[in-house]
Ligand binder design. Structure first.
Ligand code: ZN
Length: 276
């Protein structure tokens, strides 16, 4: 009698223990499936896992708002609307554009071109007209190696402080020099100091290109600091401003390429970001 009760008790305990174990595994499995579905439905979540400090919706919208509020000009506005409309695609591919102002420089620009070439990366160079003289071969090299060449005025002037005729001449003279070497008329201009004369009635139309990330490389000349600032501030769709006029900037640029490539970024020329 006692034996039979004991067996029944053991049988009962085994049943409830097995049931509990089965329920635990079922709930664990359902949880895993839910997580997998959430991740596949939201690729940005995967990207933000890699970069926990950036790339949230709120931050992206904040940066858009900041650019609009600070009146960063026509190109920024174009870029903002383009970014918004194709945002999903960009967060997956995480495109970013490296831009270099003030060159070409006879020593630093070739170093930079070598480094970019080794890494298969294309950048955009906004060249100063008077720096082209004597460095025509470098300009040609930029063109043949797939980089985009833009205008940065002839003598690095604040266009907004010049009368229309002089401002147009600064831009036109540089366009002519670039065209002479590359055979292509530049479409993009980076106005020095970000000062674009909006109502320029010149014989040509150009697309002004400003920037999103400015590590102030020309003031610090500190490679590690420049890399750190860019890595901290860059998010998908950004245009990064650097200068191929200092050794520290060239070293920083190549460090930035390596680090952002590691994070899944793809480097494109600015036309791909703005006109896409
Ligand atoms: Zn400049």
């Amino acid at each position: 009698m006692v034996r039979s009760i004991l067996w029944r008790l053991i049988g009962c305990l085994c049943f409830w223990w097995s049931l509990g174990l089965a329920l635990f595994f079922i709930s664990f499995g359902v949880n895993r499936i839910e997580k997998a579905v959430q991740n596949s439905a939201n690729p940005e979540r995967i990207l933000s896992n890699q970069r926990p400090d950036r790339n949230t919706d709120a931050e992206f919208q904040d940066s858009v708002q900041t650019m609009e509020n600070t009146g960063m000009g026509q190109s920024a506005a174009v870029q903002v609307s383009e970014n918004s409309s194709i945002r999903a695609e960009k967060t997956i591919t995480a495109k970013v554009a490296l831009t270099f102002d003030d060159g070409p420089h006879p020593v630093y620009t070739p170093q930079l071109l070598d480094g970019l070439n080794e890494r298969g990366v294309h950048a955009t160079f906004f060249v100063v007209g008077k720096n082209i003289l004597g460095n025509e071969a470098l300009l040609k090299r930029m063109e043949t190696e797939g980089h985009l060449i833009g205008n940065h005025t002839y003598s690095h002037v604040k266009l907004s402080e010049l009368d229309i005729a002089r401002a147009c001449a600064e831009v036109e003279k540089t366009n002519a020099l670039i065209c002479e070497v590359t055979g292509k008329e530049p479409e993009f201009i980076r106005p020095p100091f970000g000062e674009w004369k909006k109502a320029m009635e010149c014989s040509f139309e150009m697309i002004p290109v400003l920037w999103d990330v400015d590590p102030l490389d020309w003031t610090t000349k500190n490679t590690a600091l420049v890399v750190e600032r860019v890595l901290k501030d860059t998010k998908p769709g950004d245009i990064i401003l650097l200068h191929d006029y200092y050794q520290s900037s060239v070293d920083a640029a190549l460090g930035i390429v390596d680090a952002l490539t590691e994070r899944g970024y793809k480097f494109v020329t600015v036309d791909e970001l703005i006109l896409e």
